[in-house]
Design a protein around this ligand. Structure first.
Ligand SMILES: [Fe+2]
Length: 236
């Protein structure tokens, strides 16, 4: 027997899903969930349209920058001339401070004599303090949009401090060299602080006066007090 033809399946028309009824927002709430009353009292800045810093690519830093140039990228309210003037002065102070810092380490290693221990420790303490100054100066140069000098050969070319011999020298000579280095840096500091003040670069003026002058003067005191005519190992 032939089996009865299968009835064609009813083409089931897809049932339209009933769209859920939109929930009615509570009358007193806004789209972000805050009540109108809350928005009203959100503060006086609620109505201020704060624009983002658009076109940032135009101000994006170039991946390279030539030494001696200054960038206006950072918005710190200083003109290009002011930045250039400060960066030039700060690079001079940076080269001289790196040189003085390294002179302290040289003398820390090479000092001899009855005052060995205290000078050995003192020179290293001053080395550490000069290292802090080096970082402060270099970072100020970068903030101003300049390029900080860094490498030993560049420092050697730029520094205004006289070259120190490789030889080991007596403690009084080491002390004299350090005091001379401090004085050269301090003279420049006074000159440069005035110039930074004149051009309106308060940050550089403050760095030079508050950090460089104060630290160098204090170190001069601690070093200079060793210059006395009082031999420790001889008695009259
Ligand atoms: Fe050491």
């Amino acid at each position: 027997m032939a089996s009865p033809a299968k009835a064609a399946p009813k083409s089931a028309a897809p049932k339209k899903a009933a769209a859920p009824a939109p929930k009615k927002a509570p009358a007193a709430a806004s789209s972000n969930g805050k009540s109108t009353a809350a928005r009203k009292h959100a503060g006086s800045n609620a109505a201020v349209n704060i624009l983002p810093n658009i076109n940032q690519q135009q101000n994006a830093p170039s991946p390279t920058q030539r030494y001696g140039t200054v960038s206006q990228r950072l918005p710190i309210g200083l003109s290009e001339d002011t930045r250039q003037s400060s960066v030039t002065m700060l690079n001079q102070l940076l080269a001289d401070t790196i040189t003085l810092r390294d002179m302290y380490k040289k003398h820390h290693w090479q000092v001899v004599g009855p005052t060995f221990y205290q000078l050995h420790l003192l020179f290293d303490k001053h080395y550490e303090e000069q290292s802090v100054l080096v970082d402060s100066i270099a970072e100020r140069i970068q903030v101003l949009g300049g390029v900080a000098i860094a490498m030993a050969h560049d420092v050697a070319e730029l520094t205004s401090l006289p070259r120190v011999p490789r030889d080991r020298e007596e403690a009084p000579v080491q002390v004299s060299r350090l005091l001379d280095g401090h004085q050269r840096i301090l003279k420049n500091c006074h000159d440069y602080a005035s110039k930074a003040d004149e051009t309106g670069d308060d940050g550089t003026n403050d760095l030079i006066v508050s950090e460089l002058v104060r630290t160098n003067e204090l170190q001069v005191w601690f070093v200079a007090e060793h210059v006395v005519d009082s031999p420790l190992t001889q008695a009259e």
